[in-house]
Design a protein around this ligand. Sequence first.
Ligand SMILES: Cc1ncc(COP(=O)(O)O)c(C=O)c1O
Length: 364
Amino acid sequence: MNYFGPKIFIDLQNLVNNYQKLVEKINGLSVMATVKANAYGHGAVEISKALEKEGVRYLAVFTIDEAIELRDSGIKSDIFIYSKMDPNRLKEVEENDLTINVSSFDDLNTLNDFHGKIKAHLKFDTGMTRLGIPFIKAEDFLKKAINTSSLYIEGLYSHFATADEGELSYAKNQLDQFNEILKIADHLEIKPKFIHCSNSGAILNLPESRFNMVRAGMLLYGAFPSDEVPHDISIEPVMSMTAPVVEVRDVKKGTLISYGGAYKTTTDTRIAVVQAGFADGVPRPWYVEGYVLFKGKKLKITGRICMDQLMIDVGKNNISYGDEVLIFGSNKNGSIDINDIAKSIDSTSYVLVTSIGIRPKRIY
Ligand SMILES: Cc1ncc(COP(=O)(O)O)c(C=O)c1O
């Protein structure tokens, strides 16, 4: 089939290089690669296969369905499920050899009634105020967990709320609490195989939080979680997006372009229509400062990005039907850092990569 439309290029070699750089940075500790939400829009199966080949120690998804998709595609690695334990699907967890998050007394009660063996990492809330047992209940929880016969406690973990920020006192406080919980676990003779706390921000900002495994997401995909972490690992973006020009026309000075007429040409010029819009993942607010790249030249996005198309001012550039422009990432046209787009529209690279629609063809 001849595909014509926006394309997402996934550079698996960059992924592998990023993974290797990360392992080097953390001196060979284990990596739990976060491949939830279709591997942040990159394609969970392809990304997981590439990382499995590299020997990644764990994969992490959010839902049990995401985990089963990976198993069905032949992934053999350990898979951790971040979401709240689903009391109705423990059999599937066991059958598919998955590892779950256990984060409440209710979870333990359910497990008490379960006949079988469930591998789990126990989650403690040290300041994210999401899932997890708060510090003051940690001891009771751990005591109850030891006496839950269907439960194999493979890991203990927590999650940072602010580890990608420059001001780290809150994150350090979270880490102190988690260390106290680990002491309690130790007194109870719980010897977890894995202890983990670090997301990408903490990997860079708080090396003392790495324990024996890190939960990396964004770094593997080649973007920094923020500007406030040391950029001292040479990662490369894995995802790039291009889209074809479908029409070019001459317009007079003063022509209004796109919905709301928010853009008015300041000279006689040429406007091209590009086949990619916000339904494909081009962030709509980007039109204010946004541009695409063609043969190294920045071409301004003119007017509001539509659902399926956007317009650019091509001036005197020789560009015609079928020519592909770079929306973000890098190729022979140059490069546009997704973090620069995110900054311009007060968003994050996390939001942008996970907003890629279902239409763009992913090319590996
Ligand atoms: C529990 C948990 N751990 C780790 C990560 C990975 O975070 P990052 O992509 O910043 O490395 C996430 C991502 O949101 C998460 O929810």
